[in-house]
Design a protein. Sequence first.
Length: 395
Amino acid sequence: MMEVEETNFDELYEVYACMQCGKCTGSCAVSLRSDFNIRELMRIAILGNNEDVKEHEEIWDCTSCGICTVRCPRDLKPSEVIVGLRSILVEEGEVPSTIRDALESIGNNNNPWGRPKSKRADWMKDLDVEVKNLSEGDEAEYLLYIGCTASYDTRIQKVSRAAVHVLTKLGVDFGVLGEEEPCCGSEARMMGESGLFEMLVEDNMNLFKDFGISKIITLSPHAYNTFTTDYKDYKKRLEEEGIEIPNLELDVKHYTQFLAELIEEGRLTSDMMNEFNKTVVYHDPCYLGKRNNIFKPPRKVLSIIPGINLVEFERREDRSLCCEGAGGRMWSEGTGTGERNAVIRVRDANTLNAEIITVACPFCLSTLEDGRSTAGYEESMEVKDIFEILDEVLK
């Protein structure tokens, strides 16, 4: 019997309920250009042979987008089974070197990018506004959780600065944690390092309690998903193991949800903005859309911008084409061949005459920027986060 963390697969994932219909594989965009076959991996989980898992290096091709779980007629979670199978490989040391390096960096540096913790707040150096630092004794209603990628990646740092500008203009009482901000652990969990993720849940919940944090605004859908879903699940596991976790109820919102609420309250209106006469298409991030059914807030925010021509992809909302940035894919090239999803997405945007692809996720921004360059649209098209557009139009 295949086991993960001393619990067999059927107890965790109900794999025996799988009827091998193949809807998971048929829905998977990665399987179109890779040997990655979720139905086959589900069968391996049912049969319970650890050695079979080792023969499938394409297991690291999975982006954890969640479409297989959305489409499963038995309401199973094939995407979680992949995480469980990866956990077996992690425990046995059978992981790609780049994945291993990313996991080790999370443990050593509190980020998967191999960057020192002391550099985590460097994105703030060029800010022209004062920002409260909750780790230094400042108090605020909300923590703006920046995340690893938006802290270290020079392109995504622009989004972090834009977020600060926008929230400041809107009079939001917020602060950051600077160098003390922890890794949320989302990618560690999706890469199968459940032990490391448990440690992060315990440490981070204690950190939030120590700094009096209960309300969080996230830039990343991945941080949002892990704080709202994974932390609750793992908190229960840790408590069952006798590990005391602070009884802290986190109120977490992705920033598009938060901004949509400000619109409802009349605190963010069209009158506060300049004209933005651009054709814009919004790309639904998997972790906001497929995994959490958050489709309306981003569109609500974009729709009130004066002059904007908001168009839609044919593949949108829960059918949105995954950019291939999640599930550890930022640290794993994958075995697939042919045109990447991000390039296909950019070409789709071009057919809509879009001048800007707008996103609400650091990984989507990074992959679509690469796709834009590969497809040759560097001069005719931009990729921007919603926060960047708002920073540009707010008076």
